[in-house]
Write a protein that binds this ligand. Structure first.
Ligand code: F6R
Length: 242
């Protein structure tokens, strides 16, 4: 495992963008695993900039998102479909047919989970996976206690996660109680993983994941067992690693 500590969140975005661009340049038909949330927004901004300057093309790339809320239409402002359009997909040349995001409105959610995992398997799994980190150590929406052997599945969101994400919902609207997420085992199939974390609020989760025991109580701790992980951290997120 490599740990890169940089001064600012913008340097985390720059460093991660360089790695994504290198991956896509070396292998134009790469499968990218994408996260949503506040942390990767800067990374997506850098990728859009690089695309506009002609430094990268995503024309042959496939993407798989980690997760989606159950019950939200794709056009809902807080849905991860909407997030991806707003932050990346509307501005680059990814083929919409190569974009994969779980369908939170599928009539049979369990069947949708199996379908998504199968698509991932057929694509040969992810070449480069981007992860954010929950304050409770979650990756994707795999909350503490999720079995390390899990594949794409339906989850009940932790109250703390719903609280953290409430800001993205219109006033008075409750965040959904459930989501679909790639499982821990699905994520661990990725050939290379970048974990991005910024800000003091992530420091405890970073320390537990990097220095603590490998335990299902800290889902990100499994990354200690992955052969190719780089943590991109700002100083605040890395502050408890001493
Ligand atoms: C989002 C996801 C989550 C977030 C995590 C951190 O697709 O999978 O694991 O990465 O909740 O969210 P932010 O970046 O908003 O702090």
């Amino acid at each position: 495992m490599q740990i890169r500590v940089v001064g600012e969140p913008s340097s985390v975005a720059d460093g991660a963008a360089r790695e994504v661009i290198r991956q896509v340049t070396e292998r134009p038909d790469s499968v990218l695993g994408l996260a949503t949330g506040a942390t990767p927004e800067g990374l997506y901004r850098e990728l859009v900039k690089a695309y506009r300057r002609g430094r990268v093309s995503f024309a042959r790339v496939s993407t798989f998102n980690l997760d989606e809320y159950v019950g939200l239409p794709a056009g809902h402002p807080a849905s991860y479909h909407h997030y991806m359009e707003r932050h990346l997909l509307a501005y680059v040349d990814v083929d919409p047919l190569h974009v994969h995001i779980p369908n939170g409105q599928a009539p049979d959610v369990d069947q949708e989970c199996r379908r998504y995992e199968e698509q991932l398997r057929r694509a040969g799994y992810v070449d480069l996976q981007i992860l954010g980190l929950g304050r409770n150590g979650h990756i994707g929406f795999n909350e503490p206690g999720t079995p390390f052997g899990s594949l794409t599945h339906r989850v009940a969101l932790a109250e703390t996660t719903r609280e953290a994400n409430r800001v993205h919902f219109p006033a008075g609207q409750e965040p959904p109680r459930e989501a679909i997420t790639m499982g821990i085992r699905s994520i661990m199939q990725a050939r290379r993983i970048l974990v991005l974390a910024t800000g003091e609020a992530k420091a405890e989760a970073v320390a537990a994941a990097v220095l603590g025991p490998v335990t299902e109580q800290v889902p990100a701790s499994i990354l200690q067992l992955h052969p190719s992980v780089t943590w991109w951290l700002d100083e605040a997120a890395a502050s408890l690693l001493e």
